[in-house]
Design a protein around this ligand. Structure first.
Ligand SMILES: [Zn+2]
Ligand SMILES: [Zn+2]
Ligand SMILES: [Zn+2]
Length: 115
């Protein structure tokens, strides 16, 4: 287990076997370069399984009325996106154009309220 609290990222970020672009032990393809902030603890994790492994509490999902808060970290440029920006970004970082894994959208219900 690697805890990179003191790495160059400017936000609280933890993950299992996480690399410099926020890939983790569970999702480590070339496009798996985002981390998601969990509203229960305010910490960014590469995925829900990392939160399960490292946090001592159940994960909460973002309610719709907080979709304008920073919630996604781009592991390529390390800027943050709001949930609204992320859901509208067509799987590409609006800042650096890095491609995100479109498959993440299949699990969006683990992170974001759906209505
Ligand atoms: Zn949490
Ligand atoms: Zn993970
Ligand atoms: Zn980016």
């Amino acid at each position: 287990m690697v805890d990179l609290h003191d790495d160059p990222f400017s936000v609280a970020l933890r993950g299992v076997a996480m690399d410099a672009h926020t890939r983790c032990a569970h999702y480590h393809g070339p496009r798996d370069i985002i981390a998601i902030k969990f509203p229960c603890c305010g910490v960014y994790y590469p995925c829900h399984a990392c939160h399960d492994a490292l946090a001592n509490h159940p994960a909460a999902v973002w309610p719709v009325d907080r979709f304008d808060e920073p919630a996604i970290l781009c592991g390529a440029c390390r800027r943050t996106l709001s949930t609204r920006q992320y859901l509208a970004c067509e799987h590409r970082c609006p800042y650096c154009s890095a491609a995100f894994n479109a498959g993440c959208m299949r699990h969006r219900a683990l992170y974001f309220a759906t209505d």
